[in-house]
Each structure stands twice: as structure tokens, then as C-alpha cells.
Design a protein around this ligand. Structure first.
Ligand SMILES: [Mg+2]
Length: 408
């Protein structure tokens, strides 16, 4: 009997061992075979005008990481020079170098991958945060697929809560702003839209009027984004406090009122403005955040993965911000459904830490790349990640065909 039990025990252990071993084998021995990059030239539905730039297209890059176990990962680089510091050409060049450097490396060891990407940056005379972000996305996608978990579940075991998400109204006349607000209310009513973001121009009269007229129509909350437009700090304080007098706490926050490098001005406005000031352009990376924290310049920060270098760095930014009592919002640049999935998984992965998100550019891009089933939904006022392994994305047929065509 003892022998029978022993044999049975040994066999079970052997089965367990071989099962664990096979999972372990995949994790340990998964190797990057190739990093493929494709130009993604998105057209926007309409011009997006912010204080320093008007945009009608987004020249992005689609990234696919292939592994020896035939598990692939997907990512998107979304360069927007004023925000991310790079352009499509730089991202493509960086990705080519990354392909050489990362071949044979384990994509599931994201810390090592990020270390190697930093090594590339140190060696060359340019950097591409968006290329790093796309590689980070593909690696998390692979890791999620290996572990059979959505990416947000790799970041936290907590159930995510729905965070209010804004749809953005770019700079336009008062009449056009009102028209756009009506359009948004109608289009996103079923999504439970509860918050709208207005881009500000730096023209105090126009900005005040656009916000107040919008608030007469839209019953929900607002966020405002000046994109550095107010060079005169006292004027900014006057405009913002006037808006506060009428709308009170319906205006949740104001992003980046003054020039990014003028930290004194940012601090001055934060101290005197009744609406919480968030930094956006001032805080691109973890290093920038460390500077902000030292001087306690703002009430909160806007974390954008494309500037941070991906989830790996953004998670550290969120942890540092949380530990320093800074509020967090998660934003994006001009990204399609691929990068948006990475953003939303990150947002869900930091769960209740964020007070808001501005993840909406997939609605601004004319041609959608991912299938309807794998599109990130907008429900009850917030963006919700997919409950599928990795980023859970399925590319549309025309994108797959394009990849095959460019491969041969
Ligand atoms: Mg902003």
C-alpha cells in the first residue's frame, strides 16, 4: 500500500512538476525573434487645435514582437513632437536598433528589456520614448498571454473601478464649441459621459466665455487644459478664479496653465488658483516628476505612457505621485485603439489612484485598426479594459493584410 501510494504520489508530483516546468519553460525560455515596425499614418476626423499646434494627422508606428513560441505582442508608438519629443522617423530608427539589441532576449523580463532600451539611448544621439512605449506594450501583451491574464491584472489584483473619462473639445469659436458640446452629448449619451475637457487658447475673454457657455448646456463636470498658453500668471489666476466663482467644483482641474519650464510660474498659479492645477507638459518622465515633488509645485499630474516610456515607467510615476499626495490623471496623445488599450490597462491597473482620464483619441482617428469586439469600450462614463489575455487586441483584416504584404 505504501509503495502504491508512493508511486501514485510520485506520478502526481511528476505531472505537477512537468506542468509547472512547461509553464516555467515558456516564461524562462521565451525569446524575441524579431521586432517588426510599420508606418501607421492616421487621418483625424477634424483638425485638433491646441494652444501651440493644429493637427490633422498622426504619423504613428505599429510594432509587432515575434517570439520563438509563436506568441506575439503588439504596440503602437505615437510620436507627437511637442509632447513626446520624437517623430515617426526617430521612432522607426530607434525600433530598428531595438530589433538588433533585443533579439534573443526574454520579452517577459520587462525590467531587463527597459534596461537594454536605456542602453540604446545612451549610445546614440537621439531618443524615442514612443518606440520604448510600443515595445513595452508588446512585452506586456506577451506576458499577459503567457500568464493568461489581461495586462491590468498583471499590475494589480484589485478589481478596477470606473474612472470618469473626458472627451476633448479643441480650440474653436464660441458657436462651434457649443455645437461640438451638443454633438458630444448626443454621441456619447449611451456611454454615460459625465465629464468634458475644453482646450484653452490663452485668450481670456474667449476661454471664459467658451467654458461658461458649455456649462449652460452640458450638465456634468469639466476639465480645462491650457497647454502652456498663459504666460501672464496673474491673468491666468484671474480667469480661472472667475470661472470657479460661477461653476465651483464642477471644474475638476486645469492642466498646464503656463510654460512647461517656468516652474516658478506654475507654483505661483497653483498657490493662488481655486481650481486644482495639474502639470502635463512639465512632467514627461519619472525624472521630471522627482523635480516636481521636491518643490510641491502642483496638485496633480497627467501621466502619458507615450512620454513616460511605457507602463513600466508610468507605474513607478503613479507610485511616486501617490506616495507624495499628488492626484493622478491618465492622458494620451494621438493614438489609435492599440495604444489606447495599453493606456486603459494601465489606468485599470492603478485602479483607484487616478481621479480622471482623458483617453479618447481612438474616436478621433478615421480608420479603426482593431476589430469591434476588441475595441476598448466606454461605459458608465469610463474606459474599460478587455477581459482577454494580454491587451486582448484583434487586428482588422486590412491591417493583417498590410502586415503580410510588407513582410514578403
Ligand atoms: Mg494636457
Amino acid at each position: 500500500m505504501f509503495i502504491a501510494f508512493y508511486v501514485c504520489y510520485a506520478r502526481n508530483e511528476l505531472v505537477k512538476f512537468s506542468l509547472n516546468y512547461s509553464i516555467l519553460k515558456v516564461i524562462i525560455s521565451l525569446k524575441i525573434c524579431r521586432i517588426r515596425s510599420y508606418e501607421l499614418n492616421h487621418e483625424l476626423r477634424e483638425p485638433s487645435r491646441i494652444s501651440y499646434q493644429s493637427t490633422i494627422s498622426a504619423k504613428n508606428v505599429l510594432v509587432l514582437i515575434e517570439t520563438d513560441e509563436k506568441i506575439y505582442g503588439i504596440g503602437e508608438a505615437a510620436p507627437f513632437k511637442p509632447s513626446t519629443g520624437d517623430v515617426q522617423k526617430t521612432a522607426l530608427k530607434f525600433l530598428k536598433l531595438a530589433n538588433d539589441k533585443l533579439k534573443g532576449e526574454n520579452p517577459c523580463n520587462i525590467e531587463n528589456i527597459q534596461f537594454l532600451l536605456r542602453e540604446i539611448s545612451k549610445k546614440i544621439d537621439f531618443n524615442s520614448q514612443t518606440a520604448k512605449t510600443a515595445i513595452d506594450s508588446a512585452c506586456y501583451d506577451i506576458l499577459g498571454k503567457v500568464k493568461n491574464k489581461p495586462v491590468y491584472k498583471l499590475l494589480s489584483s484589485k478589481k478596477p473601478i470606473t474612472i470618469p473619462n473626458t472627451i476633448t473639445v479643441y480650440i474653436r469659436s464660441i458657436e462651434e464649441t457649443v455645437k461640438k458640446i451638443r454633438y458630444i452629448m448626443n454621441k456619447y449619451r449611451r456611454n454615460g459621459i459625465c465629464r468634458v475637457k475644453l482646450k484653452l487658447s490663452g485668450n481670456p475673454k474667449l476661454d471664459k466665455k467658451r467654458v461658461l457657455e458649455s456649462a449652460k448646456i452640458f450638465p456634468g463636470e469639466f476639465t480645462l487644459d491650457a497647454n502652456e498658453a498663459y504666460k501672464n500668471a496673474d491673468l491666468a489666476i484671474e480667469v480661472f478664479n472667475d470661472i470657479f466663482e460661477v461653476l465651483g467644483s464642477r471644474v475638476i482641474l486645469i492642466e498646464q496653465p503656463s510654460p512647461r519650464d517656468d516652474l516658478k510660474k506654475l507654483e505661483y498659479i497653483t498657490e493662488r488658483c481655486k481650481i486644482p492645477i495639474f502639470s502635463d507638459e512639465t512632467v514627461a518622465t519619472l525624472e521630471d516628476l522627482e523635480k516636481i515633488i521636491e518643490r510641491k509645485l502642483v496638485k496633480g499630474i497627467n501621466i502619458k505612457l507615450q512620454r513616460a516610456g511605457g507602463i513600466f515607467w508610468a507605474k513607478q510615476m503613479a507610485e511616486l505621485a501617490k506616495a507624495s499626495d499628488l492626484d493622478i490623471m491618465v492622458g494620451c496623445v494621438f493614438e489609435s485603439g492599440i495604444a489606447i488599450s495599453q493606456d486603459v490597462n494601465f489606468l485599470a491597473g492603478i485602479s483607484g489612484w487616478a481621479c480622471g482620464s482623458d483617453i479618447d483619441t481612438d474616436y478621433e482617428i478615421k480608420k479603426n485598426l482593431v476589430s469591434e469586439e476588441s475595441r476598448i469600450s466606454f461605459r458608465n462614463g469610463g474606459r474599460i479594459p478587455l477581459d482577454r489575455p494580454g491587451l486582448g487586441l484583434e487586428l482588422k483584416k486590412w491591417v493583417k493584410d498590410l502586415i503580410i504584404k510588407n513582410r514578403s
